[in-house]
Design a protein around this ligand. Structure first.
Ligand SMILES: Nc1ncnc2c1ncn2[C@@H]1O[C@H](COP(=O)(O)OP(=O)(O)OP(=O)(O)O)[C@@H](O)[C@H]1O
Ligand SMILES: [Mg+2]
Length: 362
């Protein structure tokens, strides 16, 4: 998949900007705070419907304006795809696919596909389980709309069950109201678990190879799925786990077991990199995970998604930089950097200078 055109209007620091990327390596070059990440973020929003930096559309709208939009045109093997996201300051955002407004946000997924590696990714490795679930959720949602919908059903059921738990805590006679939510949570939860297990296994296989390349064969990387429900990935096991946790959940007034408590463990040389990895090892592990996400997406979609590398080059030593660059063959890539020296001899197709919220092709 190749992005052929992108148009930003009142998006962050941009009043209006348009770019026609090449199918190889595209570079956004500029000093700090000039608007490089803003461009990648806009492309990413067209892939996933979400910014990697905020959940608030309001923040994406240029200060003082009341409306922002992003439009991306992509060329895929099956033809051209166009995604447009319209974000008003007041009211609901609207999404158009090929000019037609869609009614369910999940219909956005899979038209423009991409993987973003950003400095925030270190959090996937370093922070708590929520960051790793987010990694898996965002990756799976792009390749499997069914997963995205299961995620929505799960979140809704979880919210309802937690409400019900509060009601039961105040009035134990309401206990039976939990049955219906347990049922829905168990069904959606089992679906999430099955997809997550398969995905993490595939990711781990790919990541161990990718990591060997990037880390010069020095380290072994493994990724493991750690489900909250350990009895099994089926709805019955989920249901039993929920039932077993009921008393405790009523006391705590929150659901303590289920897919929203899953984790993914990242091991380097058999040790949890979160606890024992050096800063450099953690960074390389995070990069390997993103590059593997890219590989898995290619296997699933039958073509490469695009790749966005935000501020990555300056963080890597020259050897790893070269390995990364050799990974980019045949993949449309967007790289941001402050110094062209950091590109480690990558074959650059197009370069833009980013200055004060404006792009100028160099
Ligand atoms: N909603 C907004 N409206 C206008 N300007 C914004 C908005 N949100 C962020 N900005 C501006 O965008 C700039 C940040 O852009 P961005 O994060 O893309 O910079 P960058 O070039 O990636 O910098 P760095 O090299 O430090 O990562 C900031 O200067 C900020 O003032
Ligand atoms: Mg940036």
């Amino acid at each position: 998949m190749i992005i052929t055109r992108a148009q930003l209007n009142n998006y962050r620091s941009y009043a209006s900007c348009e770019l026609a990327p090449c199918e190889g390596v595209n570079v956004l070059l500029g000093d700090n705070g000039q608007g490089k990440t803003n461009v990648l973020e806009a492309l990413y929003v067209c892939c996933t419907g979400r910014s990697h930096r905020t959940r608030q559309d309001r923040e994406l709208i240029r200060w003082g304006e009341d409306f922002a939009s992003v439009k991306v045109e992509a060329q895929r093997r099956d033809g051209s795809h166009e995604v447009e996201i319209l974000m008003p300051a007041m009211g609901r955002r609207r999404i158009k696919i090929a000019g037609q407004e869609i009614s369910r946000s999940g219909e956005l997924m899979g038209h423009v596909t991409g993987v973003l590696f950003s400095p925030e990714d270190l959090r996937t490795v370093k922070d708590g389980p929520a960051e790793r679930r987010r990694f898996v959720d965002m990756a799976l949602s792009q390749i499997k709309p069914a997963y995205y919908y299961a995620l929505q059903r799960y979140a809704r059921a979880l919210k309802q069950r937690n409400e019900a738990l509060k009601a039961v805590a105040a009035q134990p006679a309401f206990m039976a109201t939990l049955d219906a939510w347990d049922e829905q949570l168990a069904t959606a939860g089992a679906e999430l678990m099955r997809h997550r297990r398969a995905y993490v296994e595939q990711l781990s296989r790919t990541a161990s190879e990718t990591h060997r390349d990037i880390a010069d064969g020095r380290e072994k990387l493994e990724i493991r799925y750690l489900p909250s429900v350990t009895m099994g990935d089926d709805a019955q096991s989920n249901l039993e786990a929920l039932f077993g946790a009921r008393e405790n959940d009523v006391r705590r007034m929150t659901t303590t077991v289920g897919a929203h408590r899953d984790d993914v463990q990242i091991l380097v040389e058999g040790r949890d990199v979160r606890a024992f990895g050096s800063q450099g090892q953690q960074r390389t592990a995070a990069l390997s995970m993103r590059l593997s996400e890219l590989d898995v997406m290619r296997e699933q979609l039958g073509e490469w998604p695009m790749l966005m590398l935000d501020d990555v080059m300056s963080e890597l030593d020259p050897g790893r930089r070269r390995q990364l660059v050799s990974h980019l063959k045949g993949i449309q890539t967007f790289i941001t950097c402050t110094d062209a020296e950091d590109l480690a001899g990558a074959e650059v197709g197009r370069t833009w200078r980013v200055e004060n919220g404006a792009l100028r092709e160099a």
